[in-house]
Design a binder for this molecule. Structure first.
Ligand SMILES: NC(=O)c1ccc[n+]([C@@H]2O[C@H](COP(=O)([O-])OP(=O)(O)OC[C@H]3O[C@@H](n4cnc5c(N)ncnc54)[C@H](O)[C@@H]3O)[C@@H](O)[C@H]2O)c1
Length: 355
């Protein structure tokens, strides 16, 4: 099989998983360069591959079919723009970028260069989610009515101290907007909007966003969010709720429920996606979330066979719209080490923003 040439931007941290996938001899990719400003962060640096301080320095000597952007999120915009300007396809890690304005600019650039920018939300590529979305689009469950998700993931101060951008509004003059909803738990908000989208590659538009934001750590942004919004799914208006916190006493499995006229599609504590309705139920199976393999496979299919990715820049605009809204809201400081587990469990059951 033909090999696609790849340059990886950000090869330490999460990029290490991309590095091992791209250099796997079974995968039809050839790593032609790495871009990283801290080469000492890179474990398993492959022999004979050069590390460049910027994509511009890489392009001064080489070309690449694909750029995988796994740098910190405040660099996604520039990295993606430079990649498109130099004729490459892009697989950009989530979130697409730091602001809605940047996201809209990237959609325009994607149209200008006639290349979809694939975004690394692995749930969109998950075969169980794909199957469920097909059933939703075929009207098997009737109209959607409401949706909710909760992600209660404990994070210690070390999480915010691991790098210079976690929990920040800006770094080195660049917007970051790193918070619990823009980054770590973004998968689950995006997944609800994606499942409610009226095309295989779209997420539903959002409006009427309301939010309560808190921080129990000394960070610039927030570590806890309760939010509600209206989502337009085909001809229905769906009430969507999200509860996300890093200020928790424990790490719990993610849950979500989407209520339809004919039953409920839900992810329970066992990580199994199911539909249960009157007279009909179906088990889709376990959601195996973290998989760079599926992302690399999808970007290769796009480059080599022109099969468009289901999650691209435009698909993530609703998520970025929420990120933009939240960045302008007030944040309430609660005592250091406060835990939201119990409050979230109650609010999730009632689908409300306050007790
Ligand atoms: N899809 C997922 O489940 C998932 C999981 C974790 C992280 N991520 C995403 O991966 C991306 C990277 O996150 P991380 O935690 O690995 O970040 P990180 O801070 O560990 O940095 C990743 C790498 O980028 C390098 N880097 C820093 N500045 C750079 C620059 N200006 N140019 C090029 N490289 C630079 C670092 O040296 C490091 O090797 C983020 O977008 C994050 O949201 C996705």
């Amino acid at each position: 099989m033909k090999k696609s040439t790849v340059v990886l931007v950000g090869a330490g941290g999460y990029g290490a998983s991309y590095l091992s996938e791209i250099t796997d001899p079974e995968v039809p990719t050839e790593l032609v360069g790495i871009v990283d400003v801290f080469p000492e962060n890179i474990k398993n640096m492959p022999d004979g591959v050069m590390c460049y301080p910027s994509l511009e320095a890489f392009y001064a000597e080489h070309k690449a079919d694909i750029v995988v952007v796994s740098s910190p999120l405040h660099y996604h915009f520039d990295n993606t723009k430079v990649a498109l300007e130099n004729g490459s396809y892009v697989l950009c890690e989530k979130p697409l970028c730091a602001t809605l304005e940047q996201a809209n600019d990237l959609v325009r650039l994607s149209e200008k260069y006639n290349k979809l920018i694939m975004v690394g939300y692995q749930l969109c590529l998950n075969e169980k989610i794909t199957e469920a979305k097909k059933d939703i689009l075929n009207g098997k469950f009737g109209k959607p009515i409401s949706a909710k998700t909760k992600t209660i993931w404990k994070r210690e101060p070390a999480y915010y101290n691991r790098c210079d951008w976690a929990g920040k509004i800006q770094v080195h003059g660049l917007p970051v907007n790193d918070n619990v909803v823009s980054n770590a738990t973004s998968h689950y908000l995006h997944n609800m909007l994606f499942l409610l989208g009226d095309k295989p590659d779209s997420a539903t538009e959002v409006s009427d966003i309301k939010a309560k934001l808190f921080k129990a750590r000394d960070i610039e942004t927030f570590d806890t969010a309760f939010l509600s919004l209206k989502a337009k799914s085909k001809d229905s208006i769906v009430d969507v709720y999200m509860y996300a916190s890093h200020a928790a006493s424990d790490q719990y499995p993610v849950n979500f429920e989407i209520h339809f006229e004919k039953g409920v599609l839900f992810l329970g504590d066992d990580d199994i996606l199911r539909f249960e309705g009157a007279g009909f139920s179906h088990i889709y199976g376990e959601i195996n979330v973290n998989n760079v393999k599926t992302k690399i496979k999808a970007v290769i299919e796009y480059v080599q066979s022109n099969i468009p990715p289901v999650c691209h820049a435009k698909t993530t605009i609703p998520h970025m719209t929420v990120v933009d809204f939240l960045a302008k809201q007030e944040v309430t400081r609660v005592p250091d080490g406060f835990h939201f587990d119990e409050i979230i469990n109650k609010l999730y059951d009632k689908m409300e923003l306050e007790e």
